[in-house]
Ligand binder design. Structure first.
Ligand code: NAD
Ligand code: MG
Length: 384
């Protein structure tokens, strides 16, 4: 019987996590979201958390009215989110908020000694070094939820060294290369020229996964894979040059690892986030199936391609950011969050997203040594 705190409970990952929680009969200590008071009210009535938070103050007031008949504390703002992330009752804190806003709550949960099941990849992109160091200092684990990182995490359990989880050192595991798979998104095969006229509606049509809007656009630009490259570097302590990307249209092989003898392990399954979500929460054990079986004969064929880095420069931009180090990963993440949002508002064209990310790599930044430095770079690179 697990007790969970879920940040971002009203989103795509959050609602799928609650589906797993309901199936397993686990308990919920606390739930948090941005502003959807109506859905959070339904979740409170179903899962009975003692504490909840809405980031938006007005929505939090609305929620307090809605749940006046219940014994539940409603917090608000970033303070509320951080307070909730460190509440003692949880065995695991699932961070499924979208964007850099997840950084402070992740750090708070780790400082309280909680294991963090991490879907919120922007946290590791912007603050990877600090997050890993905080986990080490407080004896907490980071349990990957992103499907590719879950695949690598699952493969690494098979190294006969027993259960393993970040931030434990990976040096003794015999890992020589990580191969991240990418679906290629809705624009696979298009040229840079063709990408100049694509619309928001086109970009939101992901072939294999139904996800929140921000990550769906990141998948269309391939920025998602660039962010995942940085995420993998921190979680598994592999050098960026030892992280490869391969386009795999069917999204059945979720990622692979290569050992020092060139033997390669892959993790497969139907494309459904409830497998990686559940594994992060049951690790090192496995639970009942949250999804249907994989039927390879029905799928018939699995295909693999090299990414087109000319039409989709985002992966290489992220590779350069992590190689440059310092403030650059936080800078590219912030520029991308802002450009992704502007594209969704119809204010800039699709191709301008990568252009804006590229511009941050030409800038210079002072060295970063604290969370405040990271937040300052983030704010700076959102302007414009
Ligand atoms: P989403 O937009 O569907 O949900 C985001 C959630 O975060 C919502 O509950 C929202 O209320 C909450 N949120 C946003 N801003 C907040 C704030 N300031 N304070 C509190 N809560 C806030 O997004 P999603 O698709 O579920 O993605 C969540 C994270 O998981 C992202 O980092 C994404 O990259 C990652 N991820 C998602 C998928 C997927 O299949 N959806 C797969 C892999 C990784
Ligand atoms: Mg992923």
């Amino acid at each position: 019987m697990k007790t969970l705190t879920i940040l971002g409970s009203t989103g795509s990952i959050g609602t799928q996590a609650l589906d797993v929680v309901a199936k397993r009969g686990w308990r919920v200590a606390a739930l948090a979201a941005h502003s959807n008071a109506k859905l959070l009210e339904e979740q409170i009535r179903q899962f009975h958390p003692a504490t909840v938070a809405l980031f938006d103050e007005t929505a939090a007031r609305d929620l307090r009215d809605r749940v006046r008949d219940l014994d539940v504390t409603v917090l608000s703002g970033m303070d509320g989110l951080c307070t909730l992330a460190q509440l003692p009752k949880a065995d695991v804190v699932l961070n499924a908020v979208v964007g850099m806003v997840g950084l402070l709550p992740t750090l708070q949960a780790l400082r309280a000694g909680h294991d963090v099941a991490l879907a919120n990849k922007e946290t590791l992109v912007a603050g990877g070094e600090l997050v890993m160091q905080t986990a080490r200092e407080h004896g907490a684990r980071l349990l990957p939820v992103d499907s590719e990182h879950s695949a690598i995490f699952q493969c690494l359990q098979a190294t006969a060294k027993g259960a393993w989880a970040p931030p434990q050192p990976s040096a003794s595991l015999g890992l020589s290369r990580v191969i991240l798979t990418a679906s290629g998104g809705p624009f696979f095969g298009k040229t840079a020229e063709e990408l100049r006229t694509v619309t928001l509606e086109d970009a939101l049509r992901h072939p294999n996964w139904s996800m929140g809007q921000k990550i769906t656009i990141d998948s269309a630009t391939m920025m998602n894979k660039g962010l995942e490259l940085i995420e993998a570097k921190w979680l598994f302590d592999v050098a960026p040059e030892n992280i490869d990307i391969v386009v795999h249209r069917e999204s059945i092989v979720h990622s692979l690892i290569e050992f020092t003898d060139n033997s390669v392990l892959a993790q497969m399954g139907v494309p459904d986030m409830r497998i990686p979500i559940q594994f992060a929460l049951t690790w090192p054990d496995r639970g009942e199936p949250p999804v249907r079986r994989l039927d390879l004969a029905e799928i018939g064929k699995l295909t693999f391609f090299k990414p087109d880095n000319e039409a989709f420069p985002a992966i290489e931009l992220c590779r350069r950011a992590i190689e440059k180090g310092g403030a650059y990963p936080a800078a590219v993440n912030a520029a991308n969050e802002q450009a992704n949002w502007l594209f969704r508002q119809g204010k800039i064209p699709f191709y301008a997203i990568s252009e804006r990310v590229a511009e941050t790599l030409e800038r210079s930044f002072p060295p970063i040594s604290s969370v405040d430095d990271i937040l300052a770079v983030d704010e700076d690179c959102r302007k414009g």
